[in-house]
Design a protein around this ligand. Structure first.
Ligand code: AMP
Ligand code: MG
Length: 424
């Protein structure tokens, strides 16, 4: 029997990053880059104004206040996308819009709120230049100017090979005109349920049967990684039917089978996989839930045989399948985050295997408190409905005491909270 850590490392020894494909920008979110992306431009392309206001020489407006304004002659009106028509001399200013190029001769922009427009017809008239502007404040040299290339410079590596493409990365790809980019391929994944007792979702409800939920919870866990798996339905507990279904599944990069992997008389998954040429590396892991859990490899496929119990299957998927799929997609961070939390109430447990207890986290004074969601049977899928985390009771412990620190694995990727929580 393998420990969880041993099983994880055996799996990862047999799992490599997949090949590379080109993907259009509208589909790259969440993918891992297989190339360095190099900037083909400077951005901004020249020094531009960061404000609507006037481009000036800072020396001209030293000491300016509302009561003792400095008056400058307006020589130009520079819009975003236009070029300056002239440079600015001493005691002159050019009206300028945010994003417009800063004219020669100036070293700062003063925002429009700190100015008052004068025309030859009278103060503050709303008319185009030429005219005069009162400056009501001083500005330091360089103020309100975005320097050429301060975002990206021609030739910069803006996104590196191996990095995950996040929303800002998608924007950056468009900035450097990468409408298509090379990323690591996502694995193809097939999911097969096994069991004579199972009722398919599209069959009429029979109260005596067990609904096939594993295919769907596993499907959703795989979809959460951005992979669309193929559902192969249900294989019945006969070697013949199982063989036929497994053969279909072995055409995928990854086959996930649930149930039939234990030591019962009708658990044919392991022997049938062997018969089909799959090398089995282990079939039991010292954990709860999820004890019978097998991993095998063929030349082009990786097979995870998960326990049939709905919670056990989900917990095993998180510990073993998720890291493997992420490695195939090119990620280097493979595991769900774990944090330390304080146990909110005593929990009793049988001493033995490492136990992944379904639990809920709550923030308490800058840290976390964690509590079991209650009944922990490995068939009680409702426990996963109520849980947002797995509380890890170390092997050999017969429970946890209130106030004790424990490792907790966060489920579901991103965490969100009820309040904005931006103010202290
Ligand atoms: P097994 O691992 O095949 O012995 O199954 C263990 C338990 O999980 C049994 O109670 C099964 O009925 C249940 N089970 C197996 N497969 C599924 C499935 N696809 N969906 C829901 N429950 C299942
Ligand atoms: Mg079964």
């Amino acid at each position: 029997m393998k420990t969880v850590a041993e099983a994880q490392s055996i799996i990862l020894e047999h799992v490599q990053r997949l090949g590379v494909e080109s993907v259009p920008i509208i589909q790259v979110l969440g993918r891992v880059l297989a190339e360095d992306v190099i900037s083909n431009r400077n951005h901004p392309p020249y020094d531009v104004s960061a404000m609507d206001g006037y481009a000036i020489r800072s020396a001209d407006v030293k000491g300016a206040t509302k009561d003792t304004p400095v008056v400058l002659k307006v020589v130009d009106d520079i819009r975003a996308g236009a070029r300056p028509k002239c440079a600015v001399g001493a005691c002159e200013a050019s009206m300028i819009m945010t994003g417009a190029p800063v004219p020669g001769g100036t070293d700062a922009v003063i925002r429009v709120e700190d100015t008052g427009r004068r025309s030859h017809k009278g103060r503050h008239a709303r008319e185009e230049h030429p005219g005069e502007v009162e400056i009501w404040a001083e500005v330091a040299a360089g103020s309100n100017i975005r320097l050429m290339g301060e975002n990206i410079k021609l030739g910069d590596t803006v996104l590196g090979q191996g990095s995950e493409i996040r929303p800002a990365g998608v924007g950056m790809l468009s900035m450097v005109k990468k409408a298509e980019v090379r990323v690591y391929r996502r694995p193809t994944v097939a999911i097969l349920a096994t069991g004579d007792e199972l009722e398919a979702l599209d069959e009429p409800l029979d109260p005596e049967k067990i609904p096939n939920s594993n295919s769907y919870s596993t499907m959703a866990q795989v979809q959460a990684l951005g992979i669309e798996p193929v559902l192969l339905g249900i294989a019945r507990d006969t070697p013949e039917h199982l063989k036929e279904k497994l053969l279909q599944g072995l055409r995928y990069d990854v086959l996930i089978v649930t149930g039939g992997v234990s030591v019962g008389h009708h658990d044919f998954v392991r022997p049938t996989l062997k018969e089909l040429g799959i090398t089995m590396h282990f079939w039991r892991v010292a954990m709860r839930p999820g004890h019978p859990m097998a991993f095998g490899t063929g030349s082009d496929t990786r097979v995870f045989a998960l326990p049939g119990n709905p919670v056990a299957g989900m917990v095993c998927t998180e510990q073993f399948v998720v890291p493997a799929l992420r490695r195939m997609m090119g990620f280097t961070k493979l595991y769900r985050p774990t944090v330390e939390a304080t146990v909110a109430a005593d929990v009793k447990d049988k001493a033995g295997r490492m136990n992944f207890m379904r639990a809920r986290m709550s923030p308490v004074e800058g840290s976390y408190s964690v509590e079991s969601v209650g009944a922990q049977g490995s068939g009680i899928l409702m426990s996963m409905i109520h849980a947002d985390a797995l509380m890890i009771v170390p092997a050999g412990r017969d429970g946890l005491s209130k106030g004790e620190k424990v490792r907790v694995q966060l489920l579901d990727g991103g965490r969100f909270q009820a309040e904005p929580g931006l103010e202290v």
